[in-house]
Design a protein. Structure first.
Length: 235
């Protein structure tokens, strides 16, 4: 049991040092992840704007062709008016001419609407493009900062991970699972020493008799209040 507690304590010390290295990175990893998600969402919106602009341009070309075709038909109908033989034929051609004029007017209104919609979308697209550019610059800065920190700490981190693995190999799986479960629940602190007759994690007082038992290291003791593993260290 003494060996187990000693290994627990060494494992916790290594994890504490790894946590210090992690803290040097601060919120950078989360900030980078959030920036990447924001960029992905905005790029998707920008692609949507571009698709809508392309559709408006295609629609406008189609309307323009229809206007040309209707104007050609209108011209033919207007020429026919000079060759009508009776009022019935005149009325029929006049109706066709009026219909063509309304059709042309509607198509021209649609063309104007596509131009207005395209202009509005281009403004939104330009603003979104500037926003994306700003986020990209921020992402590059954060990535560079994190890369610099990683370069400074990667050697120490690799050494500590290797040391951790070596210590963990000397601990039974069931105890490793216990350690990890407590560590995850208690902000990375699973093993704590007794400090001034109190738990080194939650600072709750420990009865003298229990302190004697913990010092003897005959079995595993956990804090009655926070559940952390308690060990005695000579100071």
């Amino acid at each position: 049991m003494k060996t187990l507690l000693a290994n627990f304590l060494m494992l916790q010390e290594v994890d504490n040092r790894l946590n210090v290295l992690k803290l040097q990175k601060g919120d950078l990893p989360m900030m980078i992840q959030q920036l990447e998600e924001d960029l992905s969402e905005r790029r998707s919106r920008l692609a949507g704007f571009e698709q809508k602009i392309t559709k408006l341009q295609n629609d406008r070309r189609m309307f323009e062709k229809e206007v040309e075709a209707s104007k050609g038909q209108l011209k033919k109908n207007e020429e026919k008016l000079y060759h009508v033989q009776n009022n019935k034929e005149y009325d029929a051609i006049s109706l066709e001419i009026d219909t063509r004029k309304v059709e042309i007017e509607n198509l021209e209104n649609k063309i104007i609407q596509t131009l207005e919609d395209e202009e509005e979308l281009k403004k939104d697209s330009s603003a979104l493009g500037q926003e994306i550019s700003g986020l990209e610059n921020q992402l590059k800065e954060n990535q560079k900062e994190l890369e610099d920190i990683n370069q400074q700490t990667q050697e120490e981190e690799a050494r500590l991970l290797q040391e951790r693995e070596k210590i963990a190999r000397g601990i039974e799986d069931r105890y490793i699972r216990l350690y990890e479960r407590i560590r995850q629940a208690k902000d990375g602190l699973a093993v704590v020493p007794i400090n001034r007759s109190s738990c080194g994690g939650c600072f709750s007082a420990i009865p003298p008799q229990r302190i004697v038992e913990i010092r003897e290291a005959g079995r595993l003791h956990t804090c009655e209040y926070c559940g952390r593993i308690l060990v005695w260290t000579e100071r």
